[in-house]
Ligand binder design. Structure first.
Ligand code: PNW
Length: 477
């Protein structure tokens, strides 16, 4: 049993979602297709052929969903903007005209949140690249970074009087490596060289967009959300530690270094020399990408155990990535991911709250003073309403309790973590897994779109209300 913990006064409690995962209404009010429309509609790409066409129908249920957030007592709501609603005619050469109906949807969401006393936190890019940009190379093309900065400036100019925090990118590791190397996310490519070009153009996009937003809205604060890995070598052997170095390089340092200290990690550049000569990095790019965020968003779900693969037996992959056609782990031929031990979530992901504290500690050690917010943390379980209509999700309550306790401890040590956003507010389209995985603290019955707060929603509301974690908070209430 975990002991009681409290959080600092003013701690920011929220919930997070992403446009394609909840909105639906994919062809309404002028929206054009994104790479996720194309991918989800390609046979064989998602479980059950699921798509985001309707999703949680949030586009038509903003008022009810904001009312739900208010009932939970949330301080903040992190959502993403669908780029192809804002500039539906964008292509590689120009941003194209702004679509007033697309902007109006988000303006109304922001106003509804503010009227409910909830702070809107905008993510500009949560993986739904306009398809026309992908047709011209997507993130492998430098033009995409420039168009992204122009789009960011449009959104900032429109919402900057009411939104204080703009997140440039969500989890660029996923965009680059799951999208262009593993092929398990849109656009579904399996080309390691393309993935590294995407890494660079995403880092460039962050820097260009952050500058463009600050130019338009000097008061705006900039964030970026990274899925930082707590990489744990199985043993202290040199070979296992080298496996950890490679994975840390690809998932953490390839994104942290360009924006925080500048340039790319020399070891990763050397390890990938057979894949690319990195000539997509032009002179001056190091400065352009080097824009430290005001807030580093930390997304954490599961630990990353690694070990040197000796090739004497089949390779283990903990997360299903890697033994298909593509792997996100380029230049890691001698690395394996041992199957997690102990309880797993419905994603097959191991549960270890120490990882959340460890990634925060590491950032605080390497970049003292950099403010952090946990912009995603949560777990999938196969929750369904019981006969009395409630949704009992004790595993999620335990998961959140454990991770919040670990977070409180690292904050008590002095780490500047200012907030925590649970992933996710609602059950939603879990990318390639479709609707088969449920991350919400609120259950969604997709046939009726009825929302039912799970026990974890009540638990979380109790944490928010008391700004603390006590044995009798929330799940006993
Ligand atoms: C994050 N992986 O995605 C995203 O930001 C959310 O949109 C998503 O729903 C959530 O986490 C849960 O998956 C990830 O395979 C998807 O390593 C896959 C991975 C990591 C993060």
């Amino acid at each position: 049993m975990s002991a009681a913990r409290s959080f600092p006064p003013g701690f920011d409690w929220g919930a997070a979602t992403a446009a394609y995962q909840i909105e639906g209404a994919v062809d309404e009010d002028g929206r054009t297709p994104s790479i996720w429309d194309t991918y989800a509609h390609t046979p064989g790409r998602t479980v059950g052929g699921d798509t985001g066409d309707v999703a949680a129908d949030h586009y038509h249920r903003v008022d009810a969903d904001v009312a739900l957030m208010r009932e939970l007592g949330l301080h903040s709501y992190r959502f993403s903007i669908s780029w192809s609603r804002i500039t539906p005619q964008v292509d590689a050469e120009r941003l194209g005209p702004v679509n007033p109906a697309g902007l109006a949807f988000y303006a109304r969401l922001v106003d509804t949140l503010l009227a409910a006393g909830i702070t809107p936190v905008v993510t500009l890019y949560h993986w739904d690249l306009p398809q026309a940009l992908e047709d011209a190379g997507g993130w492998t093309s430098r033009a995409t970074s420039y168009r992204f900065a122009e789009y960011a400036a449009v959104v900032a100019a429109e919402l900057g009087d009411r939104v204080g925090l703009f997140t440039t990118l969500n989890e660029p590791w996923c965009s680059a490596f799951l999208g262009y190397a593993a092929g398990v996310h849109a656009p579904g490519r399996t080309d390691p060289a393309a993935a590294l070009a995407a890494v660079h153009h995403l880092n460039l996009a962050h820097g260009l967009a952050a500058r463009a937003i600050r130019e338009r809205v000097p008061s705006a604060r900039i964030a970026v959300s990274l899925n930082l890995a707590w990489v744990v070598p199985e043993t202290g052997s040199a070979a296992d530690r080298d496996a950890a170095r490679r994975v840390d390089g690809l998932q953490n340092r390839l994104f942290l270094q360009p924006m925080l200290t500048g340039g790319y990690p020399a070891d990763v550049v050397a390890d990938t020399a057979d894949i690319t000569d990195w000539s997509f990095v032009r002179s001056g790019d190091e400065e352009l990408a080097l824009v430290p965020p005001d807030v580093l968003g930390v997304n954490y779900y599961t630990p990353t155990h690694v070990r040197h693969w000796t090739r004497e037996r089949p390779r283990e992959t903990a997360d299903g990535h890697g033994d298909g056609t593509g792997s996100p782990w380029i230049a890691c031929d001698d690395v394996e991911f041992p199957r997690p031990v102990g309880p797993l979530t419905d994603m097959g992901w191991g549960i270890d709250a120490r990882g959340l504290a460890e990634v925060v500690r590491r950032i605080d050690r390497e970049h003292p003073g950099l403010e952090m917010v946990v912009t995603e943390n949560g777990a999938a379980f196969p929750d369904e309403p019981g006969s009395d209509g409630t949704v009992a999700d004790p595993e999620r309550v335990a998961y959140l309790r454990g991770h919040l306790a670990a977070l409180a401890d690292v904050i008590a040590e002095g780490a500047p973590v200012r907030g925590y956003y649970v992933w996710s507010l609602l059950d939603n389209f879990e990318w390639a897994w479709g609707y088969a995985k449920r991350f919400g603290v609120v259950h969604v019955d997709y046939a009726t779109q009825v929302r039912t707060p799970k026990d974890s929603a009540r638990f979380y509301a109790g944490v928010v209300r008391t700004n603390s974690l006590t044995l009798d908070t929330g799940d006993a209430a």
